[in-house]
Write a protein of this length. Structure first.
Lengths: 586, 138, 247
């Protein structure tokens, strides 16, 4: 008997759990399955630290949040989606509060908000500096209330079942037993997160391998804006562990080897003692990471055995403030860097953190494939455009998790018949994994291929890119794909075979990597997080559009362009550190 | 969630957890815990002993002298010494656990654990002082 | 500082073996490496069949709990160099059934967690239009510590009561119940009493205190349990003298 549900969610993180709860509340008779390769509380949402944006302060407005987001995204954001997002974010965060999320508070008991990068007003809700952890656990524990949400913990989805262009379920490996099964559904929502592990130095957990993006891509759904990768300015060297933007929001300084607050040289304003919004250390992440690279070129960064760094100075904040507002930062520095931010400088460098791009969806999380939806980092609506502002992503999980949930539920209620042909596809997939993939006695170690891929991405799709490096990367990735056919899987056991999972994840990452370098190669301009030294200017005439990459039948990638939706904010110059010419306040 | 009845190649045996009968010897803290629990036996002994003392006193001087002589025998002496040590251990570990188990608030502020602990010892000293005064003073 | 360190890793391959065995691996030992880095080196370079769970590598997801030299640890937060010259014995978390190698079955905890109703229970929900439930920083402090649990299961491994009696609901589940009981927004204490006051609930705990010792997040589950014992006792006495109406 093939298990069958109204809606199947792939991934049990913030977006997946929010979607599941939305559907369960909208219609308690709907059957919902959450299929996740890890237990939900292990999802990478758990590592998010700084906060989640929602405009609630009396001096704030939805339009200002929208303008900050759109300008932060270098005008690549679809403005209708941004308008919906900023409107729904405060409601979603409030709903989470009602569900028990331990938001940090003002003395009078109201929810507190803090400043964050690229935002003109304080609007980032936070739970100390473990916001993602608290949000995820609140969502997970709340989801336990709903008997209609059935969980498939530690099931790895390998394929989407598509019949006549409609997505009608998934094929997944039950990791514990090794059994490969079809789970059919009227709607499938991908909530699998991003793909940071294609880079060697990343804040991302080992599970961030772009599974959902690859699943969608192979099923015929296009990926959008893949070339836009966010480097977070402050990661610890060697481990890549994230030091939250909140450290700068609370007043931290970034200084180079001369102790100089170098951001003032990069059109980010003049340094003040206290943090000034949209200025200096509270500028947007792409500009801060680019400033680091330029300091590196000028020889003003500090050399360490783990690469060049600059210093994050929190000493002037004092122990009391650090323990109250950013205690986890202190814990992480003490543990992993053997220093105390109360009296030591923290070495930091830009680290791959987030993917603005992903599975192309509309404002309701629907992909062009009927029955397939996506929400969270895996999706690209797009509200983040060419560069995401910190604390917008956690809000995005909630807003678009809910939207995708509702849309998927509506589609499921249209009583589409689930075709039996998908079961034949499931049988094929079973054979592909058990026999084709499994009985390989090749020579290429998974780790070698993965490292080669990571090196390729690091050298070609970093903060500054060139056409030459990207062209080489396309070839190098293709070579790795060929070598993948010869991969060796030593583990022949069926029970919890993590080597097989690693091989499947590597295949996913290779597909995603190709879409990234192809999109980056085709975009001959610099915008937001995509900087081409051979095309250093923003080109609105040719490129005020999303890159949409489709998979050709022969497996190669085809890039097309889709115009950006502009409503009320015509493209303008992106200004930080001083008054903007028009459009928003500064 | 899945039924793997029909596919024996997917059935696997899970290793059940096992705990040794001598688990309490594996770690210092486990051993100390068991000693703490065993100290209750000696607490019970002391209660019995106290009741016997009270009964002897109530039965007059001869019974009381006999009780004292019995208490001085090597076995009872040994048992009582061990019991005293055990009781001190019991009290110290009990007090040490108190701040963890009791959260005392004065208005909105939490009383620090060290003060809760100090309070327990102060209470012990005070009670002992009263008993001493009763036995030796008045 | 030694260049290499020996890892003695417990292996269990169902279908191939009926008991756990140990495999030895020599791995590099730079000062920044944690035990997890050593395991990753084994899997990537030496023996691809070694299976274990991990994810965030920063001590917040709770995936990588294992026994290291007999103590339950997060392998991503335990430095290899601290065990030099070695060897380092790595085993699956104690007190749990072993599925494979270093991977244990935590299904028991997942079921028990749901039974304590770890969510906000209210007589009447406030509409969103009425805004947030006011909660002062002091009220947040009342339960904040218990909300830090990452579900890593180290406490269950350390607890001899759970080892001797698998029905015991366990430290993390009780701490999470307390997290909601003490949350000023919650009104569900009465609904949680029944499950917690069972013999396999709080009264199974004999305050060994090891759970608190091994907790990597300072949740202090032992404290949570003892505090709840007092609450539960008071509730029982109150119910005896002033029985509530029919539930």
């Amino acid at each position: 008997m093939t298990p069958s549900y109204d809606v199947v969610l792939v991934g049990g993180g913030g977006a997946g759990l929010r979607a599941a709860i939305t559907i369960a509340e909208a219609n308690p008779r709907f059957t919902i399955a959450v299929v996740s390769k890890v237990y939900p509380m292990r999802s990478h949402t758990v590592s998010a630290e700084g906060g989640s944006a929602g405009a609630i302060a009396p001096d704030d407005s939805l339009d200002e949040h929208a303008y900050d987001t759109i300008s932060g995204g270098d005008w690549m954001c679809d403005q209708d989606a941004v308008e919906a997002f900023v409107k729904e974010a405060p409601q979603e965060l409030l709903q989470l509060e009602h569900w028990g999320c331990p938001w940090s508070r003002e003395p009078d008991g109201r929810v507190a908000v803090r400043p964050f990068g690229g935002m003109k007003r304080k609007r980032t809700w936070f739970a100390a500096d473990k916001t993602g952890f608290h949000m995820l656990h609140t969502l997970f524990q709340t989801s336990l209330k709903y008997a209609s949400v059935v969980r498939y913990d530690e099931w790895f989805v390998t394929k989407l079942l598509v019949n006549d262009g409609r997505v009608q379920g998934v094929v997944a490996i039950d990791l514990q037993s090794g059994k490969i099964e079809a789970i059919t559904a009227r709607s499938v929502i991908l909530c699998t997160g991003g793909c940071g592990k294609i880079f060697p130095f990343t804040t991302n957990a080992s599970i961030k391998t772009g599974d959902g993006m690859a699943l969608a891509y192979r099923a015929g759904a296009p990926l959008k804006d893949m070339e836009f990768l966010q480097y977070h300015p402050t990661g610890l060297p060697f481990t890549g562990i994230l030091i939250t933007e909140a450290a700068r929001a609370e007043g931290g300084y970034l200084i180079n080897k001369d102790g100089y607050r170098y951001l003032q040289d990069y059109a980010l304003g003049t340094p003040e003692k206290e943090p000034v919004l949209r200025t200096m250390e509270l500028g947007p992440r792409d500009r801060l990471s680019q400033a680091f690279m330029q300091e590196l070129a000028k020889g003003r960064t500090i050399e360490t055995p783990y690469g060049p760094v600059v210093n994050l100075d929190l000493r002037h904040l004092g122990e009391k403030k650090i323990d109250a507002k950013i205690p986890f930062v202190r814990e992480l520095c003490v543990k992993y860097q053997n220093l105390d931010p109360v009296k030591d400088l923290i070495p930091v460098r830009p680290v791959l953190h987030y993917m603005m791009g992903g599975v192309h969806t509309d404002i309701n999380g629907a992909t062009p494939l009927p029955g397939l939806y996506a929400a969270g980092e895996v999706a690209c609506v797009s509200i983040n455009g060419a560069n995401r502002l910190g604390s917008n992503s956690l809000s995005e999980l909630l807003v678009f998790g809910a939207r995708a949930g509702l849309a998927a539920a509506e589609h499921a209620s249209s009583n589409v018949e689930i075709s039996q042909t998908v079961l034949a596809q499931a049988k094929d997939e079973h054979r592909r994994i058990e026999q084709d993939l499994f009985s390989k006695k090749g020579h290429e170690r998974i780790a070698d291929l993965r490292e080669e891929m990571q090196k390729t991405m690091d050298e070609s799709a970093g903060i500054y890119r060139t056409g030459a490096a990207l062209t080489t990367a396309v070839d190098r990735l293709r070579r790795i794909q060929e070598r993948y056919a010869d991969v060796v899987i030593e583990d022949q056991s069926k029970t919890f075979n993590t080597e097989r999972v690693s091989a499947l994840e590597l295949a996913n990452m290779l597909d995603v990597a190709e879409t990234i370098v192809m999109s980056a190669l085709r975009r001959e301009e610099s915008r937001g997080a995509h900087q081409r030294t051979d095309f250093p200017k923003r080109d609105d005439e040719r490129y005020l559009a999303h890159s949409v990459v489709h998979r050709n039948p022969d497996g190669s990638a085809r890039v097309e362009y889709l115009p950006v939706t502009i409503t009320r904010w015509p493209p303008a110059e992106r200004v930080y550190g001083k008054a903007a010419p028009h459009g928003g306040s500064n | 969630m899945s039924q793997s009845q029909e596919q024996p190649e997917y059935q696997h045996r899970v290793l059940p957890p096992h705990i040794s009968t001598f688990w309490w010897l594996e770690k210092g803290s486990y051993f100390a815990f068991i000693l703490r629990e065993l100290s209750c036996v000696f607490v019970a002994w002391f209660v019995v002993y106290l009741l016997l003392l009270v009964r002897a006193v109530g039965q007059g001087d001869a019974a009381y002298q006999q009780f004292l002589a019995w208490s001085a025998t090597p076995l009872i002496l040994l048992v009582n010494i061990v019991s005293l040590l055990s009781l001190v251990f019991h009290a110290v570990t009990f007090f040490a656990a108190a701040p963890q188990a009791m959260v005392v608030k004065v208005g909105p502020n939490k009383v620090p654990g060290s003060l809760v602990l100090a309070g327990h010892y102060a209470g012990w000293v005070a009670a002992s002082a009263v008993v001493c005064w009763l036995l030796l003073g008045a | 500082m030694a260049d290499q360190i020996k890892l003695q890793v417990a292996r269990y391959r169902p279908g191939q073996e009926s008991e756990a065995t140990f495999d030895d691996y020599d791995v590099p030992c730079p000062k920044e490496w944690v035990v997890l880095d050593g395991l990753n080196h084994v899997k990537d370079r030496i023996d691809g069949t070694l299976s274990y769970r991990w994810s965030c590598r920063m001590g917040v997801c709770g995936s990588c709990g294992m026994m290291v030299n007999g103590e339950p640890k997060l392998t991503c937060a335990t430095f290899l160099a601290d065990y030099a010259p070695g060897p380092v014995r790595i085993e699956p978390l104690r007190n749990f059934p072993v599925i494979r190698d270093l991977i244990v079955d935590i299904g028991d905890f997942m079921r028990k967690l749901a039974t304590v109703k770890p969510w906000i229970v209210r007589e009447e929900e406030k509409p969103l239009s009425a805004g947030e439930y006011r909660q002062t920083p002091e009220q947040l402090d009342d339960y904040k510590q218990y909300s830090m649990c990452i579900n890593c299961m180290l406490c269950y491994s350390a607890c001899p009561v759970y080892g001797l009696d698998p029905n015991f609901i366990g430290p993390a589940a009780i701490a999470l119940a307390q997290r909601y009981n003490l949350d000023s927004r919650d009104e569900g204490s009465a609904e949680r009493v029944a499950v917690l006051s069972e013999h396999a609930g709080i009264w199974g705990c004999t305050f060994v205190g090891e759970c608190t010792k091994v907790c990597p997040k300072n949740v202090d589950p032992a404290g949570a349990i003892q505090r709840y014992k007092l609450t539960a006792a008071v509730e029982t006495v109150k119910a005896f003298f002033m029985p509530r109406g029919a539930q």
